[in-house]
Design a protein around this ligand. Structure first.
Ligand code: DGT
Ligand code: CA
Ligand code: CA
Ligand code: ZN
Length: 573
C-alpha cells in the first residue's frame, strides 16, 4: 500500500473512533485530510522529503496537528494516537465501516453483541442469520449487509480513474523523456475513461524495444517487476496498481492500439464484421487474403471495416458500431469546451479551502464561472448551512468574486432533498441564490415508488436548477438507489431541471448508459460538477468530461459549455 493510502486509511479510522467517542468536529477534520491525501498527485513521503512538516501543511485539510501525525506515519508506518484509540475498539473498524450501511456505531454494536471483528466475520454471522437478533438490525438489514459485502468484494482491486489519471499521464511523460520511444499512449480502460480501472495498459512504438523495457522496469515508480520481456513488461506501481507496457512497430500501431483499447466486447464485434467483409482483423492489422490492408492508424482500421472512426469512450458495444456504419456518431463534447464547474464546496461546509481559494483555482483552470455550492440543510456532519447561514454565505461569495480576478461566482447551495421530496431550506431562501443543486443524502433505502415520487416532487417544485448525483451511488461502497429513473429524467427534462454528472472519482453519477438514456430518450440536459472539497479536486473535470463522452454527450447537452453571458440569461441571474 502506498503511504498515501496508508495515511488515508489510518485517518479515516481515527475519524470513526472519534465519532464513536462522541467527539465533535474532529472526525470531519480527519476525514477531510484523509480525502485530500487520498486524492493527492504526489506521494506524501515525497512531499515530506521536499519540505518536512511545513510542506505537509500545504496539503488541503492538513493543519498543524494532522501534519505532525502524518509525519509520524511517513517515518514509522504507524500512528501511536491511532493505536491507542484502537485499544478501546479492538476490531477492524475500516473493514466493517467499508460495508454500505455500517457506520462506526453499528460496527461497535455488532462487535459487542456477536464478537464480529471484520468483514469475514460479519458475513459468517449474517449467513448464520445471527445479525437480525442484534438490536437495531432485522432480516432486511441483514440481507442488505450481505449484498453490501458482495459489492465491496466485487470492486476490490479496482481504482477510481479520477484518482490515478494524473499519475498515468505523469508516468507517460516520464517515459517520453527517459525511454527511446517514438510514440507512447495509454490504452485499455484508461483510454476509454471507464470510472474504475483494473490495471493500466500502455502502448509504445520504438526502434529499440529492449531499451524501452529497461527504462520502464527501472522507473522509480515501479515497486515490483512482475514480468520483463523483449516487447512487453508488467510492473506493480508503488500505489499498488499494475501497469502493462507493449512495444510494437510503427506499421502495427493502429491495430495494436485498437486491440489494446478494447473493450473486448467491442473488438469481438469488429472481428465479426471484418469476417463478413472477407477480411481478418487482429492486433497486427487488417488483412485480405495474406495482404495487409490497414493497421498503421486506428482511423485506417475502422475505415477498412466500412465505418467512421469511433472515439475510445464509445467503444463499449452500446450502439456505437451501428452508428459508425451509418455515419451517425455524435460529435462528443471536449474538455476545452467546459467554461465552468457547477458543484464546488468550501470551508463554509465540509470543504477544506476558503471560497476565494476555490475561486482562484477555478480561474487558473481558465473557467469563466464557478458555482459555490456549500451544503444547506440539516446534514450536520457536512456542516449544512441554515437560512441565516446561507445569506452570510452569499455575501461572502460576492466578496470573494471581487478579489478573485475576473472569474464569476454563482451564489449556490447543495440542498438536501428530504424524505418526502421537500427541500431542507425554504423556497424563498433558495430563490435568492443563483444556482441550486438538490441531492439525496439520507434514506437511501426507500422503496422504488417512494424514491421516484421523492425525486419527481423535488423537480416539480421548480426551486432547484439541478439534481445532484442522481443515482446516489458510491463506487465500491453503495449501489445506486432504486427509482424509476425514466420518470425522473422525464420530469427533469419537462421542468427545465438539469441532471448532474457528478465527477467526483468515487461517484461518477450519472454515468455512461444512464446519461445516454436520459439524453436520447428524454432530451435531458446536464451539468458537470466536480463536487470539489479542495482546489486539487477541480481536476476531476477531466474524468467527468470522459464520463459525459461515454454517455454520448455533445457540446449542446452540457450547460457547462455556455458562456457566462449565455448562462446568466438561461438562469435569469
Ligand atoms: P480493466 O483493466 O479491467 O480496467 O479493463 P481493460 O479494458 O483495460 O482490460 P485489460 O487490461 O484486461 O485488457 C486491455 C485490453 O486488451 C482490453 O481493453 C481489450 C484487450 N483484450 C484483453 N483480452 C482480450 C481478449 O480476450 N480479446 C480481445 N479481443 N481483446 C482483449
Ligand atoms: Ca487495463
Ligand atoms: Ca492489462
Ligand atoms: Zn452531495
Amino acid at each position: 500500500m502506498s503511504k498515501n493510502a496508508l495515511a488515508a486509511r489510518i485517518f479515516f479510522e481515527v475519524a470513526d473512533f472519534l465519532e464513536l467517542e462522541g467527539v465533535a468536529w474532529k472526525p470531519v477534520a480527519y476525514r477531510n485530510a484523509a480525502r485530500s491525501i487520498e486524492a493527492l498527485d504526489e506521494a506524501v513521503e515525497d512531499v515530506y522529503a521536499r519540505g518536512g512538516e511545513k510542506a505537509l501543511k500545504g496539503i488541503p485539510g492538513v493543519g498543524d496537528a494532522i501534519a505532525k501525525k502524518l509525519a509520524e506515519i511517513i517515518e514509522t508506518g504507524k500512528l501511536k494516537y491511532h493505536a491507542e484509540l484502537k485499544k478501546e475498539f479492538p476490531f477492524d473498524m475500516e473493514s466493517l465501516t467499508g460495508i454500505p450501511g455500517i457506520g462506526p456505531k453499528k460496527a461497535k454494536k455488532l462487535f459487542d453483541a456477536l464478537g464480529v471483528k471484520d468483514r469475514r466475520g460479519l458475513r459468517k454471522a449474517a449467513l448464520a442469520r445471527k445479525v437480525r437478533g442484534v438490536e437495531g438490525f432485522d432480516e432486511k438489514t441483514e440481507e442488505n449487509i450481505l449484498r453490501g459485502i458482495e459489492l465491496v468484494e466485487k470492486s476490490a482491486g479496482r481504482v477510481p480513474l479520477g484518482y490515478v489519471l494524473h499519475d498515468v499521464n505523469q508516468l507517460i511523460g516520464k517515459m517520453k523523456r527517459l525511454a527511446p520511444v517514438t510514440r507512447i499512449i495509454a490504452a485499455g480502460s484508461t483510454r476509454r475513461m471507464k470510472e474504475t480501472i483494473g490495471d493500466i495498459d500502455i502502448l509504445a512504438t520504438s526502434s529499440d524495444p529492449k531499451g524501452v523495457m529497461d527504462a520502464f522496469t527501472a522507473l522509480p515508480e515501479a515497486g515490483h517487476v512482475v514480468a520483463k520481456g523483449e516487447t512487453r513488461s508488467t510492473i506493480t506501481l508503488k500505489t499498488g496498481l499494475n501497469c502493462d507496457l507493449r512495444v510494437v512497430s510503427e506499421d502495427e500501431y493502429g491495430s495494436a492500439l485498437q486491440y489494446l483499447t478494447g473493450s473486448k466486447e467491442h473488438s469481438v464485434e469488429l472481428r465479426k464484421i471484418a469476417i463478413s467483409r472477407g477480411l481478418k482483423l487482429n492486433e497486427y492489422g487488417v488483412f485480405r487474403g495474406g495482404k495487409r490492408v490497414a493497421g498503421k492508424t486506428e482511423e485506417g482500421v475502422y475505415r477498412a471495416l466500412g465505418m467512421d472512426y469511433i472515439e475510445p469512450e464509445l467503444r463499449e458495444l452500446n450502439g456505437e458500431i451501428k452508428a459508425a456504419q451509418k455515419h451517425e456518431l455524435p460529435e462528443l463534447v471536449g474538455l476545452n469546451e467546459i467554461r465552468g464547474d457547477f458543484h464546488v464546496h468550501s470551508d463554509w461546509s465540509d470543504g477544506s479551502s476558503p471560497i476565494l481559494g476555490m475561486a482562484k483555482a477555478a480561474g487558473a483552470r481558465g473557467y469563466e464561472y464557478v458555482a459555490i455550492t456549500d451544503h444547506a440543510g440539516k446534514l450536520k456532519i457536512a456542516g449544512g448551512l441554515d437560512e441565516k447561514g446561507l445569506e452570510r454565505h452569499s455575501a461572502a461569495v460576492e466578496e470573494a468574486e471581487k478579489e478573485a480576478g475576473g472569474i464569476r461566482l454563482l451564489k449556490g447551495a447543495e440542498v438536501d432533498i428530504t424524505k418526502d421530496g421537500g427541500l431542507a431550506v425554504s423556497a424563498a431562501a433558495l430563490k435568492r441564490l443563483d444556482f441550486v443543486v438538490a441531492s439525496v443524502h439520507s434514506n437511501f433505502n426507500m422503496p422504488e415508488k417512494e424514491m421516484t415520487a421523492r425525486y419527481v416532487k423535488a423537480i416539480e417544485g421548480k426551486a432547484v436548477h439541478a439534481i445532484g448525483h442522481p443515482g446516489c451511488r458510491e463506487i465500491g461502497a453503495r449501489n445506486a438507489v432504486k427509482a424509476d429513473f425514466g420518470k425522473v429524467y422525464e420530469a427533469a427534462a419537462g421542468n427545465g431541471v438539469f441532471l448532474e454528472i457528478n465527477a467526483f472519482p468515487t461517484r461518477m453519477d450519472l454515468w455512461d448508459r444512464e446519461i445516454k438514456r436520459a439524453k436520447y430518450e428524454f432530451g435531458a440536459q446536464f451539468v458537470l460538477g466536480t463536487d470539489s472539497h479542495n482546489e486539487g479536486h477541480l481536476r476531476f473535470m477531466e474524468t467527468g468530461v470522459g464520463m459525459a463522452r461515454r454517455g454520448w454527450a455533445e457540446k449542446q447537452d452540457l450547460v457547462n459549455s455556455l458562456s457566462f453571458k449565455e448562462l446568466s440569461k438561461k438562469l435569469g441571474i
